[in-house]
Structures are given as structure tokens and as C-alpha cells.
Design a protein around this ligand. Structure first.
Ligand SMILES: [Zn+2]
Length: 481
């Protein structure tokens, strides 16, 4: 089956606001639970905000002159509109090696596949080549917000920000900081800390809050193994001073944890290394956090530190399986991350799928008593919870009036094991189309959990048909129109 034969491949997608889309709308709600409108409308005003969202039947009458701007309507049914996906952890320069190096442990994989690659991301030209393609790749799988690491080089980071600015994706990026073990052989060890701090501060000054808040800076010490205590402390102070995010890795792999204990004998545990540096808090996103002790978990919850759960990466590198239910019960603020290229696939649907399998494995293998998440809960983790982890829950993450219009249009019909025509409804093309518009002809029916389940467990590479940030359509999804 090719998408070009699919009835929904001919939609003309709106490029920029204002507009209204008519679609099947599926979204987590800020107040809890999920809304599903089989025939829904999202009105996006000229500023790229959601002016109204809900069932088409309840749409307020705009013929009476109350609307300041008319909303040209585009009918995208039977496509499903979802909030744009939020990827809390990725490495831009690593994308070319996604899927390579299976079977290695973290530290060997870094040496063999990653550091040589990041060393090539050393100037503006490298960024100009790679970054636009990377952002198109993320948009093509439905990611509209990304928190990502660059390499250690400031010039390539500048290029990556410029690429994000023109692409239109919502991006929080940071130049990687390393002063203990680094692949940057040009740098004088006696000046590396000062230089890294100065370059980070310069980038932060230029890009934090740029594009009217669509771009942000994350001060990015790579992880405790590659950073001195002083670099961790100074980088955390920089983030506090500037209001930027602070991101790093924690408790990913047993070998890494042992090495951190050796390097920081004064610390109680891995989390305490960052705590002593002043790195914990609501502007901090720690990737992985797989093997936390009870003390570490309690300290992260108490300090309101945010965690990027990266299950696909954790299984690709055999790092471990997070006890997700226990951590969520404890109140840990968690979203999802692809961790490309530690994770082999940039798709957040893929991350949800592996995460769900991993939790089922915990339950069957070691009797984890916590209930596993359903598809709508995974969808929430990859959208609204991710937005909240970034402190952006009031702006993005769900399709509700007042939020910025970051959303995707997904062809859920492509995820069905048989096409609607194979179901031989009644052989009448006209009523076939009517059924399509009612959304009932795909076998996913109008059950939001069924739709989410198919998107997560039977994904199709072309299913994301459009991705928008603030109502502006992003380049990336394969079939532009
Ligand atoms: Zn990572």
C-alpha cells in the first residue's frame, strides 16, 4: 500500500495562520483525562494561538462579526490532530549514526560511535549541513519541541540555532561542556573551563528566548564523568543567573555509575554530585535516571527536578529498565526522550512503544506490581507531561484554547492492518467516503485509546502528514500536500 493511493493523501495543509482545521481531535487535557472529538475544530488565530477547540457542533457562531479575523477552514478528516510531540532528550550531531553500535555498553559505544562523530560537528559548515536535515527528520515523525545537545563547538551550535530559527521547530539547545574527558583535542586543559563557560554564556545571550520564546538555551555539561566538580558548579550557576535550562545525564548505566562513584568519592550518590553543584531544580532536565536509589528518587522529587525517560536508548545500550510506575507514584516529573543516537529511532511513538514493552517485561519478569500505562497515558507523557517538564505546560502540550498551536495531523488509517476498502463496507464509494469522515472505517473506530494504541504499536513511516508550531507548518513530513 502506498500513501498516494490513500484517500487522505490529497489534503491541502494550511501553511500559516490564521486558519481553522476540521479533524478528529485527540488531546490530553490540562485538568486531567483526554478529550476526543470525532468531528472537531481547531481555530488558530493570526498570532498562532488556539482561539477555540472543540466539537464542530459546538463551534461558536462566527457569522455575527464577533471574530476579529475570519478563519479559513481546511477539512483534514479523517486525519487525527494531536498535540505536537515533545522530545526531552536528543543529540543533534549523533543523528547520522542512529541505529549503529547495538550490543555495546554506553562507554564503549561513546568511544567508538559517538565521539568521532561529534568531533566532525566542529564548525558552522557542519551545522549548516546537518542541523536542517535533523530538524526535518524530527518534524517528519511528529516532534515539534526538542531539547537537544550539540557538540562541544560553539560555531556549530550557533549554526544549529540558526537552522532551528528558520525551520520553525521549537528547540532548546546547548553546547556540550566537557573538561575532564573530551574529544576536543585542540583545547588547552588549563583554559577549557573558562572558554566553555564563556562560549555557553555567549550562545545563551543570543538565543535564549529568541524567536519570541520559540528557542531557548540549555546549559549542557555532558555528564559527571566528563566534567569536573567546578564545571558542574559553574555551569549550574550560569543557568541560574540567565534563567536558562540545565541538562545533563544521570544514572544511565551500571559502569557509568561506578565510575562516577570513583571520581566523586565525597558525594553520597550520583544525584548528589549534581545536588552539590547546585544543579537540581525545576529548570533542570536529567536524562535516563534508570537506577535511582530511594534517596536519589526522593531528592529529585523534593527539588522538583525533571527527568527525560529514554526507554529505547536504555534497551538499545542495555543500560536497564526504569521502574516507571514506582517513580511516577513518587511524584517524579517525567517526560520522554528519544536520546538519538543512544536511541535508534527519533520517533516518539517508537519511544512509547519500547517503553510500554519494557514495563510489561518488568511486570512479567520481576513481578513489578505497579499498573502499566495505557496508550493514552503514553501519549500524555510524550506531549503534555513533556511540555510540563520544560515548564511550558501553560503554552503547549495539549490542544486547548489559549495555547500556542503546536500540533500534528496523523493518518491513523495507515496504521490499520487492512485498508477500509478491504473491509467491503457495502461497495458503494460514496458511503465509503462518508464512513471515512465519520472515522469508523479504519477499524480504529472512534475509541481514542484504540487510535493511540495503533499509532504507538503499528506505526507507519508516512503517518505524520503535517506538523505545525504556532500554526506555521514545518518542513519535514514526507508528503507536503
Ligand atoms: Zn544522551
Amino acid at each position: 500500500m502506498t500513501a498516494s493511493h490513500h484517500p487522505s493523501s490529497h489534503h491541502v495543509l494550511p501553511d500559516r495562520p490564521p486558519f481553522a482545521i476540521r479533524a478528529r481531535i485527540l488531546t490530553p487535557l490540562t485538568t486531567g483525562g483526554t478529550a476526543f472529538h470525532p468531528d472537531g475544530i481547531i481555530e488558530v488565530n493570526a498570532a498562532g494561538r488556539i482561539a477555540w477547540a472543540g466539537p464542530a457542533a459546538d463551534r461558536p457562531d462566527r457569522q455575527d462579526g464577533t471574530a476579529a479575523v475570519p478563519f479559513p477552514e481546511v477539512d483534514l478528516r479523517p486525519l487525527v490532530a494531536l498535540p505536537g510531540l515533545v522530545d526531552l532528550h536528543a543529540h543533534l550531531p549523533q543523528l547520522p549514526n542512529a541505529g549503529l553500535g547495538a550490543g555495546l555498553d554506553l562507554l564503549s559505544w561513546l568511544d567508538r560511535y559517538i565521539f568521532p562523530l561529534e568531533r566532525q560537528f566542529d564548525d558552522a559548515d557542519a551545522a549548516a549541513e546537518l542541523a536542517p536535515a535533523a530538524f526535518r527528520t524530527f518534524a517528519a515523525v511528529g516532534t515539534t519541541t526538542i531539547l537537544a545537545y550539540g557538540a562541544v563547538y560553539a560555531a556549530s551550535m550557533e549554526g544549529a540555532f540558526r537552522a532551528a530559527e528558520s525551520h520553525g521547530i521549537r528547540a532548546i539547545l546547548g553546547k556540550v561542556m566537557m573538561d575532564r574527558i573530551t574529544y576536543d583535542e585542540q583545547i588547552d586543559p588549563s583554559t577549557i573551563l573558562d572558554r566553555s563557560l564563556r562560549e555557553s554564556e555567549d550562545l545563551c545571550e543570543r538565543w535564549h528566548g529568541a524567536a519570541d520564546g520559540r528557542l531557548g538555551y540549555a546549559v549542557t555539561p555532558r555528564f559527571a564523568i566528563s566534567c569536573s566538580a567546578e564545571m558542574l558548579r559553574e555551569s549550574a550557576a550560569l543557568a541560574t543567573r540567565t534563567g536558562a535550562w540545565w541538562q545533563t545525564h544521570v544514572s544511565e548505566d551500571p559502569g557509568e555509575i561506578a565510575e562516577v562513584a570513583r571520581l566523586f568519592p565525597e558525594a553520597l550518590d550520583y544525584v548528589d554530585v549534581y545536588d552539590r553543584a547546585g544543579g537540581l531544580g525545576p529548570r533542570t532536565v536529567l536524562a535516563h535516571a534508570v537506577h535511582l536509589s530511594d534517596r536519589e528518587l526522593a531528592r529529585l522529587v523534593e527539588s522538583d527536578t525533571r527527568v527525560a525517560h529514554c526507554p529505547a536508548s536504555n534497551l538499545f545500550l542495555a543500560s536497564g529498565v526504569m521502574p516507571l510506575g514506582r517513580f511516577m507514584d513518587a511524584g517524579l516529573a517525567i517526560g520522554l526522550g528519544s536520546d538519538v543516537a543512544g536511541g535508534p529511532d527519533p520517533s516518539m511513538f517508537s519511544v512509547m512503544r519500547v517503553g510500554a514493552f519494557a514495563q510489561n517485561a518488568r511486570r512479567t519478569l520481576i513481578g513489578d506490581p505497579h499498573p502499566v500505562l495505557g496508550p493514552l497515558e503514553w501519549l500524555r507523557l510524550g506531549t503534555l507531561d513533556g511540555a510540563r517538564a520544560l515548564g511550558l505546560g501553560d503554552r503547549i502540550g495539549s490542544l486547548e484554547a489559549g495555547k500556542e498551536a503546536d500540533f500534528i495531523a496523523v493518518d491513523a488509517g495507515l496504521t490499520a492492518p487492512v485498508r477500509h476498502v478491504d473491509l467491503a463496507l457495502d461497495g458503494d464509494l460514496e458511503s465509503d467516503t462518508a464512513s471515512l469522515h465519520a472515522g469508523g472505517a479504519f477499524g480504529d473506530g472512534d475509541d481514542p485509546a484504540d487510535i493511540a494504541s495503533r499509532l504507538i504499536f503499528r506505526p507507519h513511516p508516512d503517518m505524520v502528514r503535517g506538523a505545525w508550531v504556532r500554526g506555521r507548518r514545518l518542513e519535514g513530513p514526507r508528503h507536503p500536500n
